[in-house]
Design a protein around this ligand. Sequence first.
Ligand code: PLP
Length: 442
Amino acid sequence: MRNHSCWFQSIEDPKYKYDIGEILYRCPNTGSLLEVEHNVKELKKDSPEYWKNLFDSRYRKQSWPYGSGVWGKKEWVVPFVEDKNIVSMYEGGTNLFWADKYGKQIGVEDLWIKMCGNSHTGSFKDLGMTVLVSAVKQIISNGTEIRALACASTGDTSAALSAYCAAAGLKSIVFLPRNKVSVAQLVQPLANGASVISLDTDFDGCMKIVQEVCKKQQIYLANSINSLRIEGQKTISIELCQQFDWAIPDWVIIPGGNLGNISALGKGFLMLKDMGLISKLPRLVCAQSQNANPLYQSYLNNFETFEPVLAKTTLANAIQIGDPVSVNKAIKILKEFDGIVEQASEEELASASARVDLTGTFNCPHTGVAITAFEKLVNNKVIKKTDKVVVISTAHGLKFVDFKINYHLEKLSEISNKFSNHPIEVEASTDKVMQILDSKVL
Ligand SMILES: *Cc1c(COP(=O)(O)O)cnc(C)c1O
């Protein structure tokens, strides 16, 4: 048996390392974010071929929990969690949608959309939450008392936290900005029995309060400032390469808000390269809503400064974040990947989302933000027509039906109706129907 181990480490100064069983969100010495580091020397005792074969042999099989896209890579994720403490609902294994029809319209035919929202609670947040909740069960079984898990959320984190806590038999408390999440996003934590605290503030306001609350009362913080979540989310990159038979895309484009996911995406690719499973890195693009674009602003001055912004309302509500917790990790990653930050206006994201749906998806507004970035980079000839491109779709469109229906019924103010499609109301008579079909449909 190999001794696979991992620990927390300061992202500012690697000499500060901490036991992975401790409850830590930031480095007590430097105040910086933490990341989980693995004993790569030990992992490298097995060859790249060994790891590819192991991951492939487990992928989407029914043997619990290793059929999960996350737990199939357990040795690279959180080897310290014993199987009996794993809370898994078959994460990952999501469709890599071949977007050839839409790709042809744009002129980039090797185009893929990774449907991370086709998952248990409908967003990629499941990938990180299965790891975090399982780690908490491990900490509890090691003898530490934890009374509840809590998060601030723009909707999807709270859905994932409450589902995994319900399955684990743990208490969850979610802080939501009042009237700023969709009905689907509000109802998920309610259905899973979470305590839903609705606050008259925005996401950034909720985030401040939950961090204060979690300093007291043995309440465990489940936001992506918690580096355990990033370990689960980094399996997106591993799974992507696996789905391409270990080929590497040229570009991966992802929408970013709190900037945990772009950090995770990069961390996954770096580990694949370090372990010898891939030989080069893709370029990464982080796409922001123009109404909440602090990273884009910072990119414009080569990341020399970073200023939080007051996030304005955006249709892409899960990334309506002005003061992203993981900004330092994200900037570090973007520099390593020759990364680009793009932005999308409300008009651009709504049109892009609708346009791609016309080729068979049902995507969310955040995917529209990423699609916009893709189109802009193709137009600027930064992305070449022959490049292999992956767009990360972060949530299921069914969580955002208000956005979708309002677009198609043309109820979104200041958004054009380029791709809208509304019901045709006709008298219930075959003649009338035939007339309409002749004049409008056929
Ligand atoms: C959380 C979320 C994002 C943003 O991810 P970050 O890690 O906060 O950058 C994007 N899209 C959806 C649908 C999300 O739920």
